[in-house]
Ligand binder design. Structure first.
Ligand SMILES: Cc1cc2nc3c(=O)[nH]c(=O)nc-3n(C[C@H](O)[C@H](O)[C@H](O)COP(=O)(O)OP(=O)(O)OC[C@H]3O[C@@H](n4cnc5c(N)ncnc54)[C@H](O)[C@@H]3O)c2cc1C
Length: 396
């Protein structure tokens, strides 16, 4: 007998209504599957915990041409800094924009809904059971939903629940300040203040933007306060968020039976920048298509391997390279960073400006690190690991 809290069955339930989950839902619904998205927050896209930096090429691959109100800004250059050095890269060719995730996520939700998916907000999943070939998903309040497939798109929290370590704290404030330049992103390396990562300024317009920090074992609150004070007053903080990021690469397998993992929950964020709109969004698309094929043929699981293979074919090698390059970067102290930055030639910078690819930036990063000084420094810092690293770097 069905209790009043039990709902009818769906072909697939997606846990988490952000980019990766909504793209998966869109793809499955567009192939005629009955899909339900359960999102714990009260509104899709809110609270926004993202810088929103993405390439237009990436968005095109995701099948989204953002509306005017979704695009906050176009980025023309990036200033990269260490304590005492800095250089500027012209990023015009990379077609980088800053999107407003609050309205971007709603655009994907609307696409998913147009294809027939249902979305429920304020529906926090509290337990998932698999019985008699069906998932039984319980949400806060006691309601139970059933489905043949479950797509876990619950973000970094899902990795935390699995006991994964090395999750990095980050904080990001929305700030109004005269020193924020409309079309220039800033990236600030400081091995003492932001170990393993960096601080950033992402402009959303002239005099306004998102200022963030992340790093191993840091206190983002204290670091953001001192970062802002170092830039001088006046400034206003109009929003504060603290969120964990994952930079340890993809976490395989991407599925177990009919339980499929996408986006941040599968570690599909770039190991250098933690960017995941494009890579995690593509995870959602590949997964959604594979589930629809499996479901359509009634041969459960047959096509799910293709999801993993397709994603790895597109991003696997790039992620492996980025992991390697991050390993190098995070070993360097401030003195070494200054030294490397002072030796970057204008021709290298011109070349990166000309040929750099925002979505696949390992090649640019390698060009930048490929100096005699860097190689000597790597030798000093990495000792025995040096040979293997140089061999691996030469394959990039
Ligand atoms: C400070 C910061 C800045 C970033 N800047 C950028 C950037 O500039 N560019 C870029 O590409 N990427 C950026 N990222 C990464 C990007 O935000 C993520 O990669 C992307 O949002 C991943 O999407 P997702 O759908 O996998 O997971 P998430 O966006 O994390 O979404 C998970 C969803 O699941 C929901 N959820 C969680 N638990 C439950 C539950 N129990 N029941 C129901 N729902 C649940 C959450 O409420 C959330 O909506 C940034 C991340 C951070 C933290």
């Amino acid at each position: 007998m069905t209790t009043s809290l039990e709902h009818s069955s769906f072909d697939a339930i997606v846990g988490g209504g952000s980019v990766s989950g909504l793209f998966a839902a869109r793809e499955m619904a567009s192939k005629g599957m009955r899909v339900l998205v359960l999102e714990e927050d009260h509104e899709i896209g809110t609270p926004e915990h993202c810088g929103g930096v993405v390439s237009q090429t990436g968005l095109e691959s995701l099948g989204i041409i953002p509306r005017m109100k979704t695009v906050d800004n176009e980025i023309k250059s990036a200033v990269i800094k260490t304590r005492n050095k800095s250089f500027k890269i012209d990023s015009t060719n990379q077609r980088v924009i800053v999107i407003d995730r609050r309205s971007f996520d709603k655009e994907i939700a609307f696409q998913a809904q147009e294809h027939g998916a249902e979305i429920n907000t304020r529906s926090s999943i509290t337990s998932i059971a698999f019985e008699h070939d069906l998932f039984k998903i319980r949400v806060k309040g006691g309601e139970i939903y059933k489905s043949k497939y479950f797509v876990d798109a619950r973000g970094v929290g899902s990795l935390v629940n699995k006991g994964m370590r090395n999750i990095i704290p980050s904080g990001q404030y929305e700030v109004y300040a005269p020193w924020i330049v409309k079309d220039t992103i800033e990236v600030i390396f400081d091995a003492d203040l932001y170990p393993g990562f960096f601080a950033w300024v992402i402009p959303t317009g002239e005099g306004k933007g998102k200022v963030g920090v992340a790093g191993k074992n840091i206190n983002p609150y204290i670091l953001l306060e001192s970062f802002l004070n170092s830039r001088g007053r006046p400034y206003s903080i109009i929003r504060k968020i603290y969120a964990p990021i994952w930079i340890n690469g993809y976490v395989k397998p991407f599925f177990k039976g009919k339980n499929v993992i996408v986006g941040d929950a599968a570690g599909q964020t770039k190991p250098t920048t933690a960017g995941g709109i494009y890579t995690g969004g593509m995870g959602g698309i590949f997964a959604g298509r594979a589930i629809a094929l499996s479901h359509g043929e009634g041969k459960e699981g047959k096509y799910l391997n293709e999801y993993e293979e397709n994603w790895l074919f597109k991003f696997g090698k790039e992620f492996d390279r980025l992991l390697l390059l991050r390993k190098v970067l995070e070993r360097l102290d401030n003195k070494s960073l200054d030294k490397i930055f002072s030796e970057v030639s204008n021709s290298t910078l011109d070349n990166i400006s000309e040929t750099g690819d925002f979505d696949f930036h390992s090649f640019s990063l390698k060009q930048f690190l490929n100096t005699k000084t860097t190689l000597n420094l790597i030798y000093t810092f990495m000792g025995n690991e040096y040979r293997k690293l140089i061999k691996d770097l030469s394959k990039i």
